[in-house]
Design a protein around this ligand. Structure first.
Ligand code: CTP
Ligand code: CA
Length: 228
């Protein structure tokens, strides 16, 4: 009965959503990772599919179940995510980068388990920068393609949070940036979310707070607007 209330305003739109958090291998049994569960990105994929979009979800180490009706590509590392997004973006109308992407990866991946007796009391890891997937999408976008980034920030002051978001949206050349505050107890792995969506000029488009499903709906409302 609820389904009839969902607007089918994304029919024919091809939407790629990345979700979760990438992991960078240190050795065969260990990785560097982050606390993203994938909840917000998966909620966006589910809501977009319900509104008629043709959705591809690229999931990095999702900690939640995805309905079998959603087409999911599973990746682990940032380089895998980059390759999957680049391919999927080629014929996408909208790309939403909700994944928390590791900024660095270990320069070398040990072929066997790192042992304490080889390192003693201190172990130094050399990390190298990962490619910036969102910035690459922003540079290589086709006319009409809409690129949406997320910004996870621990900044608590609203004005400074907005300044960080504005700098980020300019740097990434994305059409929209969903700014959300994350911390030990908010953002990642939680049920609810509070976001501010900026457009490419850094102007506030919407502010939304509530369940990740309702926040997903508000973000998609922006993308469903004529001209978006
Ligand atoms: N992102 C990406 N590739 C990376 C790093 C981030 O595509 N190597 C994307 C994320 O998916 C997100 C956006 O860029 O949509 C912003 O990520 P965030 O970590 O907030 O920004 P960074 O540019 O990495 O800056 P910093 O972490 O230094 O604040
Ligand atoms: Ca980052």
């Amino acid at each position: 009965a609820l389904a009839v209330l969902v607007p089918k305003d994304l029919v024919g739109r091809r939407i790629v959503v990345s979700a979760g958090g990438t992991r960078e291998a240190l050795d065969p049994v260990r990785y560097l990772g982050n606390r993203s569960s994938g909840r917000q990105g998966v909620a966006i994929a589910i809501a977009a599919a319900a509104r008629g979009a043709d959705v591809t979800l690229i999931g990095a180490n999702l900690e939640i179940d995805v309905p079998s009706s959603i087409h999911v590509l599973h990746v682990v590392s940032t380089l895998e995510l980059a390759a999957a997004v680049e391919l999927a973006a080629r014929d996408a109308d909208v790309v939403i980068m909700a994944a928390a992407v590791a900024d660095y990866r270990p320069e070398r991946v040990a072929e066997s388990k790192i042992k304490k007796d080889e390192h003693g009391d201190r172990l130094t890891l050399e990390l190298v920068r990962n490619p910036d997937i969102l910035a690459t999408l922003g540079e290589s976008r086709r006319p009409g393609q809409v690129i949406v980034g997320f910004a996870a920030e621990t900044e608590t002051d609203r004005d400074r949070l907005l300044d960080l978001g504005r700098a980020k949206v300019a740097r990434k050349r994305s059409d929209f940036l969903v700014v959300n505050r994350v911390g030990w107890n908010e953002g990642f792995a939680t049920e609810g979310n509070t976001v501010i969506v900026l457009d490419g000029r850094g102007d506030i488009v919407i502010e939304a707070s509530g369940s990740k499903a309702s926040v997903a709906g508000r973000i998609l409302d922006v993308l469903a607007r004529p001209g978006a």
